[in-house]
Design a protein around this ligand. Structure first.
Ligand SMILES: Nc1ncnc2c1ncn2[C@@H]1O[C@H](COP(=O)(O)OP(=O)(O)O)[C@@H](O)[C@H]1O
Ligand SMILES: [Mg+2]
Length: 250
């Protein structure tokens, strides 16, 4: 689904490269997290996939094709919901479809379906200010879904939420993933969140980084928070935290 082949990148302002000859792959339908200390380059990986930054070497493929030859191959959701305050929830959700000139009736149909799926049907004519932080992130996720891409890039989407809301949102996101069969690449600095959500966790440890350690999470889906108490999972969590602590001075 997604492949980084020999990707090298350096910000022009920086003396040092951020990544050199980076290779990794994400399979169709997977849930993969990227973790690493703050500033290590997680968001830059997304900026490269989105084409917002140009790599100096290598190539990124989606479905076997170089991204330069593709359109609408990925949909991005940031930490902040970025909903427009003057638009209703339905109007916010329809924005990407408006920009893609999808007929109004089709927009309304898809909007109704997605609002039902994310559990916010009764909020369609409300404004962002009327919703809690968790609800706003659900709306932002719905909008991301309707952008029409199979690859979703979620950059710390829950990190601004309080702990209990975050835990609810993690369970909610797994339901959505199981329902929509999308491929999700998820950035977080929260190791427990990465373990609970992902099939695989990619760990950024060095600067520049050449590879990411690829850690498989030994849990089946659907998942239960009780699984996080298993001895092997607790050990995995401690190992990952230790790796991140060692890499903090990149
Ligand atoms: N737009 C930019 N221009 C120049 N350098 C940048 C830019 N964005 C990020 N950087 C550099 O990249 C580093 C942070 O990368 P980023 O991918 O945002 O990390 P993370 O998401 O892991 O916190 C910064 O330390 C800075 O050196
Ligand atoms: Mg970031």
């Amino acid at each position: 689904m997604l492949e980084f082949r020999d990707v090298s990148f350096r910000y022009p302002e920086d003396a040092q490269s951020m990544m050199e000859h980076l290779n990794f792959q994400v399979e169709d339908g997977d849930f993969v997290s990227i973790i690493g200390a703050s500033g290590c380059g997680k968001s830059t990986v997304f900026r490269l996939i989105n084409g917002l930054e140009q790599m100096q070497g290598g190539q990124i493929f989606v479905d076997g094709k170089p991204i330069q030859t593709l359109q609408q191959y990925s949909a991005f959701m940031p930490q902040k919901d970025l909903l427009f305050p003057w638009r209703t929830i339905a109007q916010n959700i329809c924005l990407p479809m408006e920009l893609a000139h999808i007929p109004k009736a089709e927009q309304a149909k898809r909007c109704t379906e997605v609002l039902e799926q994310v559990g916010l049907s009764q909020y369609r004519d409300k404004y962002p200010k009327d919703l809690s932080g968790g609800m706003k992130q659900r709306v932002a996720f719905a909008r991301t879904l309707l952008a029409g891409a199979d690859l979703l890039l979620l950059d710390e989407p829950f990190s601004a939420l309080d702990y209990l809301t975050r835990v609810d949102m993690q369970e909610w996101l797994l339901h959505q993933w199981e329902h929509y069969h999308k491929t999700i690449l998820f950035i977080t600095h929260d190791v427990e969140e990465a373990i609970f959500l992902s099939k695989r966790i990619l760990v950024i440890q060095d600067r520049p980084f050449r590879d990411m350690e690829d850690v498989r999470v030994p849990l089946a889906y659907p998942r239960n928070r009780e699984d996080l108490k298993r001895a092997d999972i607790v050990e995995l969590k401690e190992n990952l935290i230790e790796k991140l602590r060692r890499s903090v001075n990149v």
